[in-house]
Design a protein around this ligand. Structure first.
Ligand code: WTA
Length: 629
């Protein structure tokens, strides 16, 4: 399973294209199966359906935990670095993690959670978040982790969409010098979630909270009473493992569904190869478990490989901008995986925070979530990697489950800001607007994938049609990523960003429609249009054009009210960076907003607005330009 040279990569890649079933069956057979599979793949991108290892049975936690008890029971599995730098880090060995997962599995069972039931997890980055995730997987419950920064409204939308019967949370959370309510937010959310029968609360901040009789339970009390023995549930490879909500061009976030077998095989394989993980290495992924990166490369991928995974509760700038570097030194981190936003932000603090920080344990650096600009890439390479650590710029998506286009550390020759080459099993193709393949090198197009890989999205929860139309109808017969991409003269891929109405704000995916809907909920707002614009640190910022009913008396206050509304409806991460009040929006005669123009204005490019002759009222554009921020 382990690629050790460029030639081995090329051989693996060729085999994965010529004999994909044999290629993946060999890798899958390295895992423990309760019942071996005999069928490897069944698929159609036309009437979308993909099944990997369909008749096999397994449990991902038996592979991520039990399997290692024979070999490395006392090795660290998770190192928890708390928010306060003075608080001692806590290590959970594989044996300890196994026991705690088994106990919590029994807690869930005692509450009547059965295989196939949905469980919502809304927690800060503490070990119990990983434990809750793994306990669900162990008993076959489908976890739906909701990022701890989302609002009550977002939680209730997600809980109702997948009809969760149990929610796991904490009293509060600490991030930097802020204490954030968690249970209170869940309480607000659950006012409109009749499907939820039970809430389990882990104490983190000792914040006073209300505990409802008959519904709310303390994690500590339940865990204490539970047995540490729990056999893993036999799961069919195609049984759902989890749902993770993510934003698209239209409507509310959709629940991306991943299944047990393919996801296990693909995350484990990509983790081992891309990062060139060696047993005993300390791996530090800074993503929150509330996002796909945390699912695949903080929890599942590392644990499936018997890795040591650092779980950090805090933020990169607390107590100062040297925090990551302190953690790297303290835990002798060998592989560090973060987002370009974090790199750019820390770069902005200058090199003072690097003085005296021993980063010599580092061997591999990774980047994920958004395009990395050359300047940030070079800073990362020189200041953090000291020119000695390959940077793996990993391109992938919530829907792909695992890394897709990425260098293999130390093996693939690098080019700054390029995701380089497809991993084995990944068959990218660039197409033009009409879906025609763009062949050759030195070209640009829309990035699609033409063959299934084991951790491809299986469906969007409760709405398979939506999955089909979102990903498989734009270009029939292809999975459409939503990304634009160039392939240079050497056949290297560089992702240029979304070509749809999805923004990437600090590596977080947010739909323009979602933000517009939230803004429009504010009283007095008639209409709004939202676009992304280039932002030095966040990659993209959110620019909102808003029409108010009464030209406002106090613009500043209205702006703040709108921000508060968005924070309440979605969460603080979706707050616009700029709000421009306008009296009209550039619309075509058929009433469609011409976002192209709004994007240009937001970028400050007033001279190159293109053809505006189809606008209903071209005069609108001049007034928008005059008021541009
Ligand atoms: C973007 C995050 C450039 C891309 C794992 C994709 C990237 C979206 C990269 C998915 C990268 C992710 N270079 N762009 N290395 N990685 N993206 O679902 O636009 O939160 O479609 O998954 O992030 O975001 P998601």
């Amino acid at each position: 399973m382990r690629i050790k040279s460029l030639q081995e990569y090329q051989e693996a890649y060729s085999l994965s294209v010529e004999k994909p079933e044999q290629f993946w069956a060999d890798i899958a057979n390295e895992f423990d199966w309760i019942k071996p599979f005999t069928k490897v793949l069944d698929w159609s991108f036309d009437d979308y359906s993909v099944k990997w290892f369909e008749d096999g049975q397994m449990n991902i936690t038996a592979n991520a935990l039990d399997r290692h008890l024979k070999t490395i029971p006392d090795q660290a599995a998770i190192i928890y670095e708390p928010n306060e730098p003075g608080d001692e880090a806590i290590t959970l060995t594989y044996r300890e993690l196994h026991t705690r997962v088994c106990k919590f599995s029994n807690v869930l069972k005692a509450q009547g959670v059965n295989k196939g039931d949905r469980v919502c997890i809304y927690m800060p980055m503490i070990p119990e978040l990983a434990i809750a995730v793994l306990a669900c997987a162990r008993i076959g419950a489908i976890h739906s982790v909701v990022f701890g920064g989302f609002s009550a409204q977002s939680i209730s939308d997600r809980v109702n969409d997948s009809q969760c019967k149990l929610v796991i949370t904490t009293d509060g959370a600490v991030r930097g010098n802020k204490t954030i309510p968690m249970k209170e937010t869940v309480d607000d959310a659950l006012l409109s979630c009749p499907c939820v029968e039970t809430v389990i609360v882990k104490i983190r901040t000792k914040t006073p909270i209300s505990m409802l009789k008959g519904r709310d339970l303390w994690w500590e009390e339940e865990e204490m009473q539970a047995s540490g023995i729990c056999a893993p549930e036999a799961m069919n490879a195609e049984d759902p493992l989890f749902i993770l909500y993510t934003s698209g061009s239209t409507g509310k976030p959709k629940g991306v569904v991943h299944t047990c077998g393919g996801y296990m095989v693909y995350t484990a394989y990509t983790f081992a190869n891309v990062f060139q993980y060696n047993l005993g290495d300390v791996f530090f992924c800074t993503a929150d478990i509330g996002w796909i990166t945390g699912h695949s490369y903080l929890v599942y991928g590392p644990l499936l490989n018997g890795a040591i995974s650092v779980l950090f509760e805090g933020i990169p700038t607390y107590p100062d901008a040297g925090r990551f570097w302190d953690i790297i030194k303290r835990h002798q981190v060998n592989i560090f995986y973060t987002a370009p936003t974090a790199i750019r932000s820390l770069m902005g603090f200058g090199d003072a925070f690097l003085v005296g920080k021993d980063l010599s344990s580092l061997r591999v650096l990774g980047s994920v979530g958004e395009p990395i600009n050359v300047e940030a890439w070079q800073w990362y390479d020189e200041k953090i990697g000291k020119g000695n650590c390959p940077i793996v710029d990993t391109w992938w998506q919530t829907e792909t489950g695992g890394l897709m286009i990425s260098p293999i550390a130390g093996i693939t020759p690098l080019k700054p800001a390029f995701a380089t080459l497809p991993l084995p099993g990944v068959q990218p193709i660039l197409v033009d607007e009409n879906g025609n393949e763009i062949e050759g090198n030195g070209v640009n197009g829309n990035l699609c994938i033409k063959y299934p890989w084991p951790s491809i999205i299986r469906t969007t929860y409760g709405d398979h049609e939506r999955c089909k139309t979102t990903y498989f109808s734009t270009y029939p017969g292809l999975y459409f990523t939503g990304d634009g991409c160039m392939r240079d003269e050497d056949g290297y891929y560089r992702i240029t960003g979304r070509v749809d109405d999805v923004m990437n704000i600090s590596g977080h995916r947010i739909g323009t429609a979602e933000v517009e809907n939230a803004i429009n909920m504010h009283t007095g707002v008639i209409e709004s249009a939202v676009v992304g614009y280039p932002h030095d640190v966040k990659g993209q910022g959110i620019y909102a054009y808003v029409i108010c009913e009464h030209p406002t008396i106090n613009d500043e206050l209205t702006r703040k009210d709108i921000l508060a509304t968005v924070a309440r409806v979605i969460g603080p991460i979706a707050k616009p960076d700029k709000i421009q009040f306008v009296t009209g929006l550039p619309k075509t005669r058929s009433g469609k907003i011409m976002r192209r123009i709004l994007r240009k204005v937001a970028e400050g490019e007033f001279g190159s607005l293109g053809d505006t002759s189809t606008l209903l009222d071209p005069g609108v554009v001049d007034s928008i330009i005059k008021g541009a921020i």
